[in-house]
Design a protein around this ligand. Structure first.
Ligand code: F6R
Length: 589
C-alpha cells in the first residue's frame, strides 16, 4: 500500500526523501513522487513506475536550500497509475501540498462542492480534494485549517502536508492509517512505517487517530482533536537497522526464511501471556486476514485439541458485515503482522463493541491493533519486508502454541517448542533439495496442496505462498474432499504437494495420494523423518522434516513450503519481494 515520508530541518531533503521511499518500496507501489518547499514555492516531481524513474528525474534538479519535503509511493486505488495521479498533490494556489495514504470515502461530494466554487481537478484521485480543501479552509492558521479540513473527511487517512506560508514546517494528521514521527539532531521526520525512519531514530512517536502534529527542526508539537497541545511519549523500537536490509541475501524473503529460527526463539522468550489474567472462555473467535488467518486455522486445531474450547476462525473482511453473536465469556484473538490491516482493525473494533475481550498477536510494536486490543502479545519477528509473510507466520504459530498452553493449563509444555528453532535450521540447511524439486515442478500451470487435519491448515498457507509470488494457480484442499469435485482437474503430470506429518491420518492420506496418482498426478510429499520410508512408497518425491510431536508439525513443515514457493518464483523470474498487485500492509478495505 502507499507509503509516506517527510522531513524538515538540516537534512539533505531530496536525498532523505528518496532514501525513505526506498525503505517503503516493500509495501507495494506503482508510482512515486516528492515535493520540496523552497524559497520560491513548492516544487513537485512525480512519475509512474519504479523509484529509479523518480530518482532519475530528481537527479536532474537543483533544489538548492529546501529544508522541508514530503514523499510518497502510491498503490493505485482511485485512478490508474500515471504521472498525474501520483502524489504529492498541490492546491490550486500552490500554497498547500499533500501526500495521503488511505481512502477518502466522501471525496466525490467534496469535489462537487469545490468545483461549484470554481476549483478544477487535474487528477482522478480521491486525495487531490484534500489539497484544495486545505486552500479553501485556510484563514492564516495552518493547524486550525488542518483541523477543519480533516473534520470534513470521511474514510481513512495519514497525511503529510506542506504549507508555503511556513517554509520550515511539516504537518501531519491521521485516522485509521498508520503514521509515525521522530525527532533527530538534524530535525523532524515523519513516515507511514517504522523502517523508513529507523536509520534516523529509534525513538518513535506513534500518531493516534485524530491527532495533528506540527513538525519543526527542534520540536514536534502534537494537538488533540480539540486543538489542545498534548504531551506524547516516544516508544523505543529496538529493531536492528540491519534487519530491514537484505544482508547479502538475494531477496528479503530468503533472508526472512533464514531468520525464522531466531525469530521463533524471540517469540518463545516473550512471557507476556504469563502476565495476562485469562479466565477459560466458553468460546473463542480468531479474526485475521491472509497468512495470519491461516495461522488462526492452525490455532483452532491446537486450542480445540489441547484446551477443549470451541474455536471459530473468521476472515476479518467477512466478520465485519455479518450479524455476530458474541457472548459474555467469549474471547477474541486477533492476529496481524503489521497491526494495521484495516479489515482486521475494524473487525476487532466490532468484536470489542459487542463486548468481547481482545487479545492481539501482533508483530509491529505500537501499531493500531496492538494499541486498541485489551492485551497484546508481540510476536517479535522483527521487521518483515518481503510482501510474502514467512517469519511472521512461524512466529504467529509459536505464539498460538504458547496461548494454547496457557488456555490448557500447561498441557503443551515448552520442551518441544524450545527444539523448534533448531529443527527449522536443519530444514533450511537442506534447502538445495527443495530447490531441485522446485526446478522439476515450477513449469506447472496449476499446483494443488492437500492434507488432513493440521496438514490441511498448513496446506492453505503453502498454497497461498506459492500463488502470491510465483503466480502459479494453486488451491489447497482437505485430502478427503478432493474427490468431491476438484479431482476432475488432476491430469497427467499435475503437481500435488501432500503434507503427511500427522501419523494418525497417514494411511487416510496415503489413500488420497493413490487416488490422485492413479489419475496422473506428480506427488511431492512433505513428512517427518520417521514416516519417510512409508511416504516414499506412495510419493514421486519426498521432503523430510525432523521428527516432531505432530501437534507442532505446521511450524516446521511450513518452511519447505515457503522455500518451494520462493524457488519456483525465482525460476519463473518473478519479482519475489514485491509481487504484482500486492501490498505489504493492507490499509484500505
Ligand atoms: C501473505 C500475506 C498476507 C497477510 C495479510 C494480513 O503472504 O502477507 O496475506 O498475511 O495481508 O496482514 P497482517 O498480518 O499484517 O494483518
Amino acid at each position: 500500500m502507499c507509503g509516506i515520508i517527510g522531513c524538515t530541518g538540516g537534512f539533505d531533503t531530496a536525498a532523505v526523501l528518496l532514501q525513505g521511499l526506498s525503505k517503503l518500496e516493500y509495501r507495494g507501489y506503482d508510482s512515486a513522487g516528492i515535493a520540496v518547499l523552497c524559497v520560491d514555492g513548492i516544487e513537485v516531481v512525480k512519475c509512474r513506475g519504479r523509484l529509479s524513474n523518480l530518482s532519475e528525474l530528481v537527479s536532474g534538479k537543483d533544489f538548492g536550500d529546501c529544508p522541508v519535503g514530503i514523499g510518497h509511493t502510491r498503490w493505485a486505488t482511485h485512478g490508474e497509475p500515471n504521472d498525474i495521479n501520483s502524489h504529492p498533490h498541490i492546491s490550486r494556489d500552490g500554497r498547500f501540498c499533500v501526500v495521503h495514504n488511505g481512502i477518502i470515502e466522501n471525496y466525490m461530494e467534496i469535489r462537487d462542492g469545490l468545483m461549484s466554487q470554481g476549483y478544477e481537478f487535474v487528477s482522478e484521485t480521491d486525495s487531490e480534494v484534500i489539497a484544495h480543501l486545505l486552500e479553501f479552509n485556510f484563514r492564516g492558521d495552518v493547524i486550525q485549517c488542518l483541523r477543519e479540513t480533516v473534520s470534513q473527511l470521511e474514510g481513512s487517512y495519514a497525511l503529510g502536508v506542506l504549507c508555503r506560508e511556513k517554509p520550515d514546517m511539516l504537518y501531519s494528521a491521521r485516522k485509521d492509517s498508520p503514521l509515525v514521527l521522530g525527532l533527530t539532531e538534524k530535525g523532524g521526520i515523519i513516515a507511514s512505517d517504522i523502517p523508513a525512519i529507523l536509520s534516523h531514530t529509534r525513538d518513535i512517536y506513534i500518531a493516534e487517530d485524530g491527532e495533528i502534529a506540527a513538525v519543526g527542526r527542534d520540536e514536534i508539537v502534537f494537538y488533540d482533536q480539540l486543538g489542545n497541545i498534548m504531551d506524547k511519549d516516544a516508544v523505543h523500537v529496538d529493531w536492528e537497522v540491519d534487519s530491514a536490509e537484505k544482508g547479502g541475501f538475494e531477496h528479503f524473503m530468503l533472508k526472512e526464511i533464514h531468520e525464522e529460527p531466531s525469530a521463533v526463539r524471540a517469540t518463545l522468550g516473550n512471557d507476556a501471556f504469563d502476565h495476562m489474567e485469562i479466565t477459560k472462555p466458553d468460546r473463542i473467535q480468531i479474526i485475521a486476514c491472509g497468512t495470519a488467518y491461516h495461522a488462526g486455522v492452525v490455532g483452532k486445531y491446537i486450542i480445540e485439541e489441547t484446551a477443549g474450547i470451541p474455536v471459530e476462525v473468521e476472515v476479518a473482511s467477512e466478520y465485519r458485515y455479518r450479524n455476530q453473536i458474541v457472548g459474555k465469556n467469549h474471547l477474541t484473538i486477533v492476529i496481524s503482522q503489521s497491526g494495521e490491516t484495516i479489515d482486521t482493525l475494524f473487525a476487532m473494533r466490532k468484536a470489542k463493541k459487542l463486548g468481547s475481550r481482545i487479545i492481539a498477536l501482533v508483530n509491529v510494536v505500537g501499531s493500531s491493533i496492538a494499541r486498541e486490543a485489551d492485551d497484546v502479545f508481540y510476536t517479535r519477528a522483527g521487521p518483515e519486508i518481503a510482501v510474502a509473510s514467512t517469519k511472521a507466520y512461524s512466529t504467529q504459530l509459536a505464539a498460538m502454541y504458547m496461548l494454547a498452553d496457557k488456555l490448557s493449563d500447561g498441557t503443551i509444555g515448552s520442551k518441544t517448542l524450545a527444539d523448534i528453532p533448531g529443527m527449522i535450521e536443519r530444514i533450511i540447511s537442506k534447502r538445495e533439495d527443495i530447490q531441485r524439486f522446485a526446478s522439476e515442478l515450477f513449469g506447472g500451470s496449476s499446483i494443488f496442496f492437500i492434507g488432513r487435519g493440521l496438514d490441511f491448515a498448513l496446506s492453505m498457507e503453502g498454497s497461498l505462498k506459492l500463488k502470491e509470488i510465483s503466480y502459479i494457480h494453486s488451491e489447497a484442499y482437505a485430502g478427503g474432499e478432493l474427490k468431491h469435485g476438484t479431482i476432475a482437474l488432476i491430469e497427467e503430470g499435475t503437481p500435488v504437494i501432500c503434507s503427511m506429518t500427522q501419523p494418525h491420518l497417514f494411511s487416510k492420506m496415503a489413500g488420497n495420494v493413490k487416488e490422485i496418482q492413479a489419475r496422473g498426478a506428480k506427488v511431492l510429499v512433505i513428512t517427518t523423518e520417521d514416516l519417510a520410508e512409508e511416504a516414499a512408497k506412495v510419493a514421486d518425491m519426498v521432503v523430510t522434516i525432523p521428527e516432531i510431536d505432530p501437534i507442532y508439525a505446521p511450524v516446521t513443515a511450513v518452511v519447505p513450503m515457503q522455500l518451494f514457493a520462493y524457488y519456483c518464483a525465482v525460476l519463473r523470474g518473478c519479482d519475489v519481494d514485491k509481487p504484482r498487485n500486492l501490498a505489504k500492509s493492507v490499509t484500505v478495505e
